[in-house]
Design a protein around this ligand. Structure first.
Ligand code: ADQ
Length: 457
């Protein structure tokens, strides 16, 4: 029995080395970290969209010690535009995050979404051997379960939806609401991060499809799908060990020595759902209210470039840079600037050094499926405080964080004051309890547990 993983992004990306040889480098991100070990263990196939590169075809991975096959789905530039930047990121992404005014529902992009989903499904069907388990990931591929089911009525199929599932009132704005639900319900098991997302999904099944819902089970088209909340975890041990390593300690010291102030940290993909402008404005409010904090606190914002082909992401970047300039212009004095802004992805060691150096971690999305940064910081920090938005899926699991409403700048500024003056004992006690919670379900348990649940369906 093998495993077939279907995701939009590849677990390893091809790089041409100086010697002309091809090197497959693991992609950054939770999905590779979670599923690469599971697939290496079970053997099978990973199906993903692979960028066209001369001489690059399907490949056995990991290089040098092959355990499974990466099957690369090729997409034309027009398909990438309409399927990925278009329907996925301009319709499903904003809709699922409650940004209805940002959605663009375009029939031509929907048609490309259907075609591309069909190609992923075909690749899975071709790779399938009797008894295999199939695990499909995320909002780009919602129709894949149904399309596989049509060809393989007896296959065991699981699906994980990594972003929020919105209230059915919002979901019903999607012109293809019926089709999307029908696509997902081709799976036997559907996973989401929180019980609220599951409840919203079940409600959509009832209202949009008129499907029969009993407990967590949806009956539709003569079959049953179970819908479960299974929040993703992180590699707790890996982060803890890295954070305690001498190299990281030294790098963290360097960051502290350079800034010479208390450090507030933000780490996000540059996405309008992450609440970065709102965070900067709250910091501005805080500085206005606390003149004594001048020269004593720095907000370090690390933003990783994201979806730059989409206009609203370019606008966001300009807005954030404008705010950083305005706030720094207003408050800078005597060699101190309140905001340090880094616009790039940073290597994992450097990221962990920043988590380690931070006094306060600001995770304040306006809406977020889960948010792995909150968990990574928790695993790495020795005595920092996590400020966490109530609209991040992780808020349920991390009640000892200082929870905030990111839409309320006054409240956020108040939380900053509280976090910066929290007694050491309390900080340590909160972190210890949060760490225990992380351990209850780390990334491997999550992946292995979900695979076992697919097998049990
Ligand atoms: P994302 O929206 O990408 O994920 P998140 O969960 O925070 O959000 O994961 C981001 C990852 O990128 C983290 O592992 C973080 O370390 C890394 N990262 C962020 N900024 C970085 C930087 N500047 N340099 C290097 N690395 C950086 C989607 C959903 C989330 C859900 C995950 C997993 O939107 O809600 O938690 O999938 O299901």
């Amino acid at each position: 029995m093998g495993l077939i993983v279907v995701s939009n992004r590849e677990p390893y990306a091809p790089r041409r080395g100086g010697d002309g040889g091809l090197h497959w480098v693991p992609s950054i991100g939770g999905l590779t970290a979670a599923l690469d070990p599971a697939l290496q263990h079970a053997g099978g196939t990973w199906i993903a969209w692979g960028e066209e590169l001369p001489g690059v075809a399907d490949v056995d991975l990991p290089q040098g010690n092959p355990r499974y096959r990466l099957k690369r789905v090729r997409l034309t530039d027009a398909e990438v535009r309409d399927f990925y930047h278009g329907f996925s990121n301009r319709a499903l992404w904003p809709m699922s995050h409650y940004f209805i005014e940002r959605t663009r529902y375009q029939a031509s992009q929907w048609r490309t979404y259907v075609d591309v989903n069909r190609r992923f499904a075909q690749a899975a069907v071709e790779s399938y051997r009797e008894g295999d388990l199939i695990w499909v990931h995320d909002y780009q591929l919602a129709l894949v379960p149904r399309l596989i089911r049509e060809a393989l009525p007896d296959a065991r199929i699981g699906f994980f939806w990594h972003i929020p599932w919105p209230s059915s009132e919002v979901f019903r704005t999607l012109p293809w609401d019926h089709e999307l639900l029908d696509g997902l319900l081709g799976a036997d098991l559907i996973g989401m991060h929180t019980p609220e997302y599951v409840a919203h999904f079940l409600s959509a099944c009832r209202r949009v499809l008129g499907a029969e819902v009993e407990g967590n089970t949806v009956r539709w088209q003569g079959r049953s799908s179970r819908v479960v909340d299974r929040p993703i975890g992180i590699e707790v041990d890996t982060y803890e060990e890295l954070a305690a390593s001498p190299e990281v300690e030294e790098a963290a010291d360097r960051i502290r020595r350079t800034l010479q102030t208390q450090i507030l940290l933000g780490v996000d993909r540059l996405d309008y759902t992450k609440g970065i402008p709102e965070r900067l404005e709250a910091f501005d409010t805080f500085l206005g209210r606390h003149p004594e904090a001048r020269g004593r606190v720095t907000l370090l914002q690390i933003a990783v470039p994201s979806r730059e082909q989409v206009e609203s992401y370019r606008q966001l970047r300009a807005r954030v840079e404008g705010l950083v300039g305005r706030i720094n212009g207003k408050h800078t004095e005597g060699g101190w600037s309140p905001i340090q802004y880094i616009y790039r992805g940073v290597p994992r060691e450097e990221l962990v050094a920043h988590y380690r150096a931070a006094d306060v971690m600001l995770v304040t999305p306006l809406r977020d499926g889960l948010n792995l940064v909150a968990k990574e910081f928790t695993a790495c920090s020795a005595d920092g405080v996590l400020i966490l938005s109530r609209f991040a899926g992780a808020a349920d699991e991390l009640p000892e964080a200082v929870q905030v409403n990111p839409y309320n700048p006054e409240g956020l500024a108040g939380a900053l004051t509280r976090a910066l003056s929290m007694p050491l004992e309390e900080k340590k006690a909160r972190l210890a309890r949060l760490r225990e919670r992380l351990r209850q379900s780390d990334l491997r348990t999550w992946a292995d547990g979900f695979v076992a649940e697919i097998a049990g369906t």
